[in-house]
Design a protein around this ligand. Structure first.
Ligand SMILES: Nc1ncnc2c1ncn2[C@@H]1O[C@H](COP(=O)(O)OP(=O)(O)OP(=O)(O)O)[C@@H](O)[C@H]1O
Length: 342
């Protein structure tokens, strides 16, 4: 039964004490729970307080007030070695590990069980092997850390956290240096890991679309420090998601779950219909050109897009003329003349 959270925050205030001045409060009245088997993504704009929260929850910096409970014990009462058996932390900052090989660095994840000079047992070696397989880092296991790319290094740091074999894993921007396929792969790995091993995983990220797809829950930090938690789809549908990232010139499209560059409301409206994937990409191009794409069939300007014999075909009509196009480039070029003059 998953009836106790692995990590809880009660009435937590996070921030910074700056000498004799009033402390700088980043966020307060936080009540949070991380449950076994859950992948939670912490999202928020720059400066909202994601790193501050991650650092506070993992004991790297003190809370200003309130309590953090990890696996039924108060964080302040946990000795470092006990904490290291319960929680592993992956930060984005580069660590100085130039001379260590990848395998040696991953093996450091076993330190809470072996001690600094401890010999690795068969169980330790198995955990190291498993972690390197899971993160696909074995291929360069004998290379030195200073011979790796940023993305490769990031995966090794995850392997070390996996080798630590804790019920809780906290990761600060684990996808920051990864290319798109590796970002997707990393999210899938963390999602599966939470499901299959019942670990609780909290990661902070700027990957809004990946987080929307992979997270069981989002913790959304607003610029004013307010934190809203919920299932991703609920937060999109109730407007919390776009509220957290509200910025002039950007518009969140609830239909596609993506942010678009906001266009002037006075732009020319065009009725667009056709096959959904073709409509999707045509709409993107039209919106980039300031057109308002509408589902009102009574509009003067209409575009229909359909599969042709070899390529898609776009049919434009404005009541007077009807013209056929074989690519979006030519369609856009011809549409310039119907743009409203502002
Ligand atoms: N050492 C510090 N002393 C005082 N204030 C700090 C300190 N570090 C960060 N802050 C402030 O705390 C706030 C939250 O910063 P934090 O780094 O947690 O944001 P973040 O959400 O992780 O941002 P980003 O997405 O840019 O990484 C910011 O206003 C920042 O200026």
């Amino acid at each position: 039964m998953n009836d106790t959270p692995l990590l809880s925050a009660r009435n937590l205030t996070i921030g910074y004490k700056t000498g004799k001045r009033e402390p700088r409060i980043v966020s307060e009245a936080l009540n949070l729970d991380l449950w076994p088997g859950q992948l939670v993504c912490l999202l928020g704009p720059n400066g909202a307080g994601k790193s501050t929260l991650m650092r506070t929850l993992s004991g790297l910096q003190p809370a200003l007030s309130g309590e953090i409970i990890i696996d039924n014990e108060s964080l302040v009462n946990l000795k470092p070695v006990d904490l290291a058996q319960k929680l592993s932390l992956v930060l984005t900052e580069r660590i100085e590990a130039g001379n260590l090989t990848v395998r040696e660095l991953v093996a450091l994840g076993r330190t809470p069980y072996t001690g600094w000079l401890g010999t690795l047992s068969e169980i330790d070696k198995k955990k190291i092997d498993w972690s390197m397989d899971a993160t696909d880092t074995k291929r360069y296991g004998e290379r030195r850390m200073n011979e790796l790319s940023d993305g490769e290094r990031q995966k090794v740091m995850l392997a070390r956290a996996l080798a630590q074999d804790t019920k809780l894993i906290l990761l600060d921007e684990p996808t920051a240096h990864l290319d798109l396929p590796n970002r997707v792969e990393m999210m899938r790995l963390l999602h599966n890991l939470a499901r299959q091993t019942n670990k609780a995983i909290l990661l902070s990220t700027h990957e809004l679309d990946l987080a929307l797809q992979a997270a069981d829950k989002l913790w959304l930090m607003h610029p004013d420090g307010k934190l809203v938690s919920g299932v991703p789809e609920d937060l999109v549908l109730n407007g919390s998601f776009e509220a957290a990232f509200i910025k002039n010139g950007f518009h969140f499209d609830r239909n596609t779950g993506t942010f678009t560059i906001h266009k002037e409301a006075s732009s020319t409206p065009i009725y667009l219909r056709g096959k959904s994937n073709l409509v999707f990409w045509t709409k993107r191009a039209l919106q980039r050109e300031d057109f308002v794409v509408s589902d009102d069939p009574d509009l003067l300007h209409k575009i229909e897009v359909m599969e042709g014999e070899e390529n898609p075909v776009w049919i434009f009509s404005d009541g007077l003329i009807t013209k056929k196009y074989l690519n979006i480039s030519e369609l856009l070029a011809d549409l310039q003349h119907i743009k409203k003059i502002k």
